[in-house]
Design a protein around this ligand. Sequence first.
Ligand code: SF4
Length: 240
Amino acid sequence: MGCEETRRDSRKDVNRPKNTVQLFYRRLFEHFGPQHWWPGETPFEVAVGAILTQNTAWTNAAKAIAGLKQAGLLDPKVLDRVSLDRLAGCIHSAGFFNQKAERLKRFVRYLHRKAGGRIESLRKIPAGQVRSELLALSGIGPETADSILLYALDKPVFVVDAYTRRIFSRHCLVDRETSYDQLQRFFYENLPHQRALFNEYHALLVALGKGFCHKSRPLCSQCPARNLGRLRLEAGVIAR
Ligand code: SF4
């Protein structure tokens, strides 16, 4: 049975998406436990990590952060003053290091301009305003901006990523082509707006994506979400 048929079948149950989204959370939390996101000793480190992990595995971003720490650069003032070349050299392991060095510079300049270089001061500005301003910085997309808002600035913002889209479209809860903003709205409509919940939920979806919901050969038979609603995999994907 496909997703369209599923929607027709569930018309009477108007609460189904909400129930399923919340059930997903409970099931994942029971299976994986708390994820303690985002790893980082300071909010500034978390924001830097959100930029460094773009298009690369977290392990590579973590090595770049270690490189910045070793060089004494993980500080807004120092990062603002250091040369682009030196910065790029320190974050080599994160990939796209020239682009990422420029993005870090832009972010730090914004932090100084807007909040005197203090993440704590940035927290006092409404989330919507900071989000728009971060998105206006070249190289900062919605996932990075929302990761900074949620994990560095403690704002109740739901972070969407490729795993989120894959998991919830496979379970017929959203369309595969849904935009970032539509997908984010789906969670706002179906979850209480709680920062701690948004923090944990995104981290659990990443754990599910990494551990089970692989792109071409998902491990559905062992997955903690295997019987949550209907399932429809993309053509050519083989569940194991
Ligand atoms: S692995 Fe299968 S059961 Fe698990 S979330 Fe992905 S599609 Fe659903």
